[in-house]
Design a protein around this ligand. Structure first.
Ligand SMILES: Nc1ncnc2c1ncn2[C@@H]1O[C@H](COP(=O)(O)OP(=O)(O)OP(=O)(O)O)[C@@H](O)[C@H]1O
Ligand SMILES: [Mg+2]
Length: 391
């Protein structure tokens, strides 16, 4: 049976062109000429996907998207592609915040439209079919060999790439308990619920997480760090182990952004992780730290194949190239993320991650490649690698 697509656009020429293109590909098409009619047609018989113009009579595209999302609640998710005449980042962010999954700037090539429709239908359809499928339950820990190497940037964007590009259900955990940055990177206020709401609840179970995780517009769920450094003390190593174990039963990937202390709490997170990504840049002090981290992990019996090195800003000129770094560490670097300072810093300052608003940029593609490589990785055997040796 062909998928039904709802086209909401007031321009008869666009309506005709889109109908023709989509029908030629075998889709069933219904057309609405204004926002109110678009919403009505969606509500009468929800289509497989909505193409939504921004400038519409009665209700504009943002309002229609927001109304659809409000009406859907948690019960479903129709993919929405926003068709916009504006290419400004703010407009795109507004569209995405209103609930769109993707956007296309007019004029666009029909082939691009069809490719995006296919990708969105593939991303959302399998989820319905796989209801009841057990989640992969893989814990990925991201640990910076030094402060400021880009650990948070990589954890956030990888989490979004695993969801948006690969259709995985993802929870991103900010385990930088005292100075977590995710509220800043994702433009969320201090009023949002956090891990403190988990550890102060009478019991930690799946239902609790449904109420505490923050739903980000990109589609990933967030377990935020405490709103202030004092409350961080409430979260113990045992809590974290229990939290990660419970999240395993709910998500395909649990992406944990770990702060740079090598203390008991963080070793507990490493222990729970299927893979530990050590993030580094190509400079001497970072190489020194990576060596120390690898040595320490070796001493405590952490399996070498669970550790992967991620070289961030890999093509930045530092005088040390990938080969030099590998030579100094006597091991291969597993993943490279490219350098794009302007893209990374403006994403941080606008609260809109690159993978959310600029997935097609070179940096976005770099995260996408990284997520794909993670997906291909065989699952490591986890266990109590870090339990203290018997005395
Ligand atoms: N691939 C990249 N290219 C260019 N700049 C980057 C890249 N990744 C991160 N940055 C920039 O590096 C800075 C530090 O990033 P981020 O906060 O993610 O690092 P961190 O290791 O988590 O830092 P902290 O130790 O404070 O937790 C930010 O300004 C960010 O925009
Ligand atoms: Mg950080």
């Amino acid at each position: 049976m062909s998928a039904k697509i709802l086209v909401v656009d007031d321009d008869p020429n666009v309506q005709r062109l889109l109908s023709f293109t989509l029908k030629q590909e075998g889709y069933e098409v219904i057309v609405a000429g204004d926002g109110a009619e678009g919403f009505k047609l969606w509500a009468q018989d929800p289509p497989a996907l909505v193409l939504l113009d921004v400038m519409l009579p009665k209700l504009d595209g943002y309002q229609v998207a927001a109304k659809i999302r409000a009406e859907e609640g948690g019960s479903g998710h129709v993919p929405i592609i926003m068709l916009t005449a504006e290419s400004e980042v703010e407009q795109k962010i507004r569209g995405l915040r209103a609930g769109a999954d993707d956007y296309l700037v007019k004029p666009f090539h029909p082939a691009e439209l069809l490719a995006r429709i296919k990708s969105l239908l593939a991303r959302f359809a399998p989820r319905d079919m796989l209801v009841g499928r057990p989640p992969l339950g893989r814990v990925l820990a991201f640990y910076g060999a030094k402060g400021g190497v880009g650990t948070t940037t990589i954890a956030i964007n990888t989490a979004i790439a695993l969801h948006r590009e690969l259709g995985r259900k993802v929870c991103l955990v900010d385990a930088n308990l005292q100075f977590g940055d995710h509220r800043v990177f994702l433009d969320l206020g201090l009023d949002r619920k956090s891990i403190v709401d988990v550890v102060t609840a009478p019991s930690i179970d799946a239902d609790l997480f449904r109420n505490v995780v923050v739903k980000h517009d990109s589609g990933i769920d967030l377990l935020l760090a405490p709103p202030s450094p004092e409350t961080a003390e409430l979260v113990t190593k045992e809590h974290l182990a229990h939290i990660l174990e419970t999240l395993r039963g709910l998500y395909d990937y649990i992406v944990v952004d770990v702060d740079k202390r090598l203390d008991d709490t963080n070793l507990g997170i490493f222990d729970a992780a299927d893979t530990l990504f050590v993030v580094m840049t190509a400079d001497l002090s970072c190489l020194k730290n990576v060596r120390l981290v690898l040595e320490t992990l070796g001493h405590i019996g952490y399996a070498d194949d669970r550790v992967k090195l991620v070289l961030n800003r890999s093509n930045a000129f530092t005088g040390i190239n990938v080969k030099n770094a590998e030579g100094a560490l006597k091991r291969t670097i597993d993943h490279l993320v490219i350098n794009e300072y302007r893209g990374a810093i403006s994403a941080l300052n606008s609260g809109a991650p690159v993978m959310f608003t600029k997935a097609d940029s070179p940096l976005g593609r770099s995260f996408h490649d990284f997520a794909r490589a993670i997906e291909k990785q065989p699952r490591a055997v986890t266990g109590s690698a870090l339990v203290a040796p018997a005395r």
